[in-house]
Design a protein around this ligand. Structure first.
Ligand SMILES: C[S@@+](CC[C@H](N)C(=O)[O-])C[C@H]1O[C@@H](n2cnc3c(N)ncnc32)[C@H](O)[C@@H]1O
Length: 304
């Protein structure tokens, strides 16, 4: 007689070992200046291929500091919803909401991407942005599935996910060690990490001090990124082909991507859900998809 298999324990989100991302974001907020704002906005514009989100409903899942939500509001989003699991991240995002003059078109709230009922209550969006979030939920593939479900027909999905590689077990163990460490133990691990980076840069003939300027392309801060990296639990990873395949199964076609060459960095994917065409062949609603926009303009012109 074979033993009956023991069913896996149900996933309990609040019981997972989790880094306090939000406190790190509150600390980081104090260092944000115009240069960082510009860098963050430029990054979004470059990936989306547009400077305007006018007319679009936008969702920022895991808004963290709120910096990127702020940029998407500044890009003219018709309606913006930002949410995060961590109360301190929500507080940080509310700081940016306040900086923007507390517009009624921008809602900041607490919630989890794993909460399907919560997501359903928000409806669907023309742009769903979730940078560096879905791999920190404890159920990455479920989070990707739920987030993709928020993309409206003709909408865009913009995500980044940690790259899978041979160093995953080592990196996971490092994060677990950081999680267990005392405050002074954490500072020691950060110091050791920076010392290692300095040595590596010196070996490559680069200025060790220039480490502090790394990661600025999204308006980030090297030290804040380091704390986020060492602390970042839960931690899951994927290969780019895995992501592209799963997204396709979820109805999202990858339009642009950047594969991270090694462990520790993120793959970036911008995909879109095909538009639903009305019986007159006109895609419904505004869209970020250049082909759909071009078709709509051509159609309007041909009717004149
Ligand atoms: C590395 S930060 C990224 C923040 C921001 N998107 C950015 O690009 O700077 C990850 C964020 O995801 C949030 N997060 C983790 N699990 C989440 C969940 N289940 N639902 C929503 N947000 C979550 C964390 O609280 C944290 O603020």
């Amino acid at each position: 007689m074979t033993a009956s298999p023991i069913p896996p324990a149900p996933f309990e989100e609040h019981k997972v070992d989790r880094f306090g991302f939000g406190q790190n974001w509150l600390d980081y907020q104090t260092s944000i200046d115009e240069a960082r704002l510009l860098a963050a906005r430029t990054d979004i514009e470059r990936w989306l291929g547009t400077t305007s989100l006018a007319g679009l409903r936008v969702l920022d899942i895991g808004s963290g500091s709120g910096l990127h939500s702020y940029c998407m509001h500044a890009m003219g989003a018709r309606e913006l919803v930002s949410f995060d699991y961590d109360g301190h991240s929500v507080q940080a995002t509310k700081g940016f909401h306040h900086k923007a003059g507390a517009p009624a078109s921008w809602t900041v709230t607490q919630g989890s991407v794993l909460d399907a009922a919560f997501l359903a209550s928000l409806g669907t969006f023309d742009l769903v942005y979730s940078w560096g979030v879905l791999h920190h939920t404890g159920q990455m593939w479920q989070a990707i599935t739920n987030a993709a479900g928020s993309v409206a027909p003709g909408g865009t999905f913009f995500i980044s996910i940690y790259a899978k590689g041979p160093e995953y077990p080592e990196h996971l163990a490092l994060k677990q060690q950081y999680h267990r460490a005392s405050l002074s133990g954490k500072r020691r691990m950060e110091f050791d990490w920076i010392t290692e980076r300095y040595a590596l840069r010196a070996k490559n003939g680069e200025s060790p001090e220039a480490w502090w300027s790394e990661g600025k392309e999204r308006g980030m801060d090297a030290y804040c990124d380091l704390v986020d990296w060492l602390g970042g639990l839960p931690y899951e990873v994927a290969t780019l082909p895995e992501l592209v395949q799963v997204l396709r199964a979820l109805g999202i076609e990858t339009r642009r991507s950047r594969e991270c060459p090694g462990d520790g960095g993120c793959h970036i994917v911008v995909g879109s859900r095909p538009a639903v065409h009305s019986d007159r062949g006109v895609p419904a609603g505004p869209s970020l998809q250049p082909a759909a926009a071009a078709r709509r303009i051509a159609l309007r012109r041909s009717r004149r």
